[in-house]
Design a protein around this ligand. Sequence first.
Ligand code: NAD
Length: 470
Amino acid sequence: MANFALTIGGKRIETAQTFKVLNPADESVVAEAPQGTVALLDQAVEAARKALPGWSALSSEARAAKLMEIAEVIEKHHPELAELVTREQGKTQSGPGANMEVGGAVAWTRVTASLSLPEETIQDDAKGKILLRRKPVGVVGSITPWNWPLMIAVWHIMPAIRIGCTVVIKPSPYTPLSTLRLVELMNTVLPPGVINVVTGDAEVGSRMVTHPGINKIVFTGSINTGKKVMGGAADTLKRLTLELGGNDAGIILPGTKIEPLLEKLFWGCFINAGQTCAALKRLYVHSSQYEEVVSKFADYVSKIPVGNGMDAKSLIGPLTNKMQLDKVASYVDEARARGARIVTGGVRPKGPGFFYPLTVIADATDDMLVVKEEQFGPVIPIVKYETVDQAIAKANSLEVGLGGSVWGDDSAAAATTAARLECGTAWVNQHGGLHPMAPFGGVKCSGIGVEFNVDGLKEYTTVQVLNIAV
Ligand code: NAD
């Protein structure tokens, strides 16, 4: 593997200390990553501040052209980046895995290049002229998780630099390599200091949140850390976008033909071994077809190949780290102890690697951890309901609200039911599909603000009204 370094002010920075990044498929060392520090963060913020006036003064067209160049560079390095993602994160090369992640990074970069926020005229008449302008918020601190490391980095960075901000990004210590490489590649196209990367965990992350040189934090991660970010940002009144955890419900309406939906249902639940914020995490099925759905879905799930993501035959890889594996295994064990039926999976294989089998749990109830908490693994609990109103009430009963879905033969009727879900995206006969022009974000404790399209761009701006008397 290549020699990884931080990038600050356009320069490669090799650090005295390094840390090991493990391959979750076999626990071998993928690479030594440079260890960021608070002092290096300070340097990165300084570099971003220095680059801000020049970058924000460029024309919108010039910045859009730079984003198109970045998309080309990412595309050119697609195989290298996809391999890095598989090796550090675990997701597969085949199916909707690492190649989809890199392809998505390119697509999102191009779409973001095409967006703009032109000046708006509020009033222009004999009484006066009022213009609304959106200015870049300044230096953005981006903090990312380990589940879709490259994609989420792109979701944070591209709208920020598109609109004229400069950025310091801190990836998760579990998956820093693809971000380090992405930022290095971006620096072949951008002026120094526009995008900088510093590694580190809570110490560096919490300093970003309180740093007086950072104007906005865009954070994707868990609800608990998100709450700390919000608290820490109060002193400097930083702008925030928080994309936090979910525990998405899916409801299959009574009498739905299940066979045509199995494949979509599978990917809705198990994409990236379930380590996806908006994966289907609780499936509600009517009592009249409960056993049929349980057995047909478990049968489908049990045939999907799980293995090392670099093996083209694997469609699902391991969990990304031991912490996550232990959590998922303990939640399944708790459900079993409370009387749930483990229809397939549920037995942790011997190592090496952080593998957990694809698991379908029947007779799941609301009080089980696997239902009420975000388990973030390749597990789906299936809960029985008697009326659609009851299913909606159960779906809406938690503090989270990222996504949700309703499945039924009559998609218009399913859409009417889906609109009753308390969540940022309600899907019908699918779960988890994203589009770069469809704003994405959570309600309740799943987050604040949205990403994508012009609504996402606006999150990186402040409003200035120019009110001109005649
Ligand atoms: P996490 O909250 O543990 O870590 C996220 C990032 O925050 C990491 O870079 C971490 O180093 C950093 N961090 C840790 N402590 C910090 C602190 N005190 N201050 C500032 N930063 C700190 O989350 P994770 O386990 O890496 O990611 C999984 C979570 O992310 C899940 O809950 C998942 O649902 C969520 N997620 C949400 C979305 C979304 O768009 N809503 C997308 C992907 C993941």
